[in-house]
Design a protein around this ligand. Structure first.
Ligand code: 6CS
Length: 349
């Protein structure tokens, strides 16, 4: 889980050389019509993103009668989450699952996903909004495309919860709390609004940082908290549902636009098929692994659930962060995207 810089550089170099050789090999030996692509994810085998990407790859392989071969990478093989976004942008990798929390310093508008209590508590409805929103799938997607990242789908990995080395029930509990966040400055800002002391870092460093007290807590969907064993080094988990975890299936736009139409159609069709598959995957894992945290005798974690009144106290502090986003972070386009999304959420309810 830990990435000594030199080791990562060597590993990255080795993978890049093998990719170049694979690409040359396919053109020379198999001729036109054979495709060897790379798909990077921010997660490990058994976790939602990786399983999604593998299913995506299998389906395309089958649909193309074996012509499309996609190698799926677990997190870490190509560096950290931000390195992976850069590799997608430069075309070193063709596909990536990207969390908007790692593009916050590049695509300001994508930071809207940091805004807490924006979506509803109904996860099926939230997925419907992500699937159909014009604000996201047209306008926000355009903003990403300007940065050489083409989102093909926005989807959720579940509601986010807090874990900590103490109980987190009220905004006062966040006072001076060293919260680990992803890179987006608006996530940092959101926790500062609760009085916390946030530190962005890769999840590759998170287990040890929690264990050693470098940070006190973090936010993630339940499946990830359990599978990455964060609950082992955290005494408390708060079911807060303060946000939904959004992931994007993305592709390098030059690569995608340069493909023959029938291949592009196959990709688009697979993206559509994967919407319910991804949703089921996260729903099942989030449910199963909650029980596993609650039932763990070796690593007991106290699990509490916030009441609506308790959530309201956080909601009130999250509200001004929206104003800040509109007034200080984005321009008129970003404001329009957020307002359109808010109308879409209201209309869906
Ligand atoms: O906390 C994180 O940064 C990680 N969480 C999830 C659910 N997926 C990948 C991401 O890097």
């Amino acid at each position: 889980m830990f990435f000594k810089q030199k080791k990562v550089m060597l590993l990255t170099l080795a993978i890049m050389v093998s990719m170049i050789l694979a690409a040359c090999g396919s053109e020379g030996a198999s001729g036109e019509g054979t495709y060897n692509w790379t798909f990077v994810t921010e997660e490990m085998e058994g976790q939602v993103q990786y399983e999604y990407a593998r299913e995506f790859a299998d389906r395309l392989h089958e649909k193309s009668d074996g012509d499309i071969n996609i190698e799926v990478f677990e997190f870490g093989g190509l560096g950290d989450e931000v390195n992976q976004v850069e590799q997608l942008q430069s075309g070193i990798v063709e596909f990536a699952i990207v969390s908007p929390g790692f593009t916050g310093t590049m695509v300001d508008e994508g930071q809207l996903f940091a805004l807490q209590f924006l979506f509803t508590d109904d996860m099926e409805l939230n997925q419907h909004i992500l699937d159909t929103s014009e604000a996201l799938n047209v306008h926000l997607a355009n903003k990403y495309e300007q940065h050489n990242i083409k989102p093909l789908a926005f989807w959720t990995e579940g509601a986010m919860q807090w874990t900590g080395n103490r109980e987190l029930r009220t905004p006062e509990d966040f006072n001076g709390f060293k919260m680990r966040t992803q890179e987006s400055p608006l996530i940092v800002r959101s926790y500062q609004a609760y009085g916390a002391d946030p530190t962005p870092m890769s999840w590759g460093e998170l287990y040890t940082s929690l264990d050693r007290g470098v940070v006190d807590g973090q936010e993630n969907p339940i499946f990830f908290i359990e599978d990455a064993s964060f609950h082992e080094v955290q005494s408390h988990m708060t079911i807060s549902r303060h946000n939904i975890y959004v992931a994007m299936t993305t592709v390098n736009p030059d690569f995608y636009n340069g493909l023959p139409e029938d291949i592009r159609n196959m990709i688009d069709e697979t993206v559509e098929e994967m919407r319910p598959v991804g949703f089921e995957l996260q729903a099942q894992l989030n449910e199963e692994l909650l029980d596993s945290i609650i039932d763990s005798e070796t690593h007991p974690t106290e699990v509490i659930e916030l009441t609506e009144a308790e959530r309201d106290a956080f909601r009130a502090l999250a509200e001004p962060v929206r104003e800040y986003f509109v007034n200080e972070v984005v321009d008129e386009d970003g404001k329009m995207i957020l307002e359109m999304l808010q109308s879409e959420i209201e209309a869906a309810q």
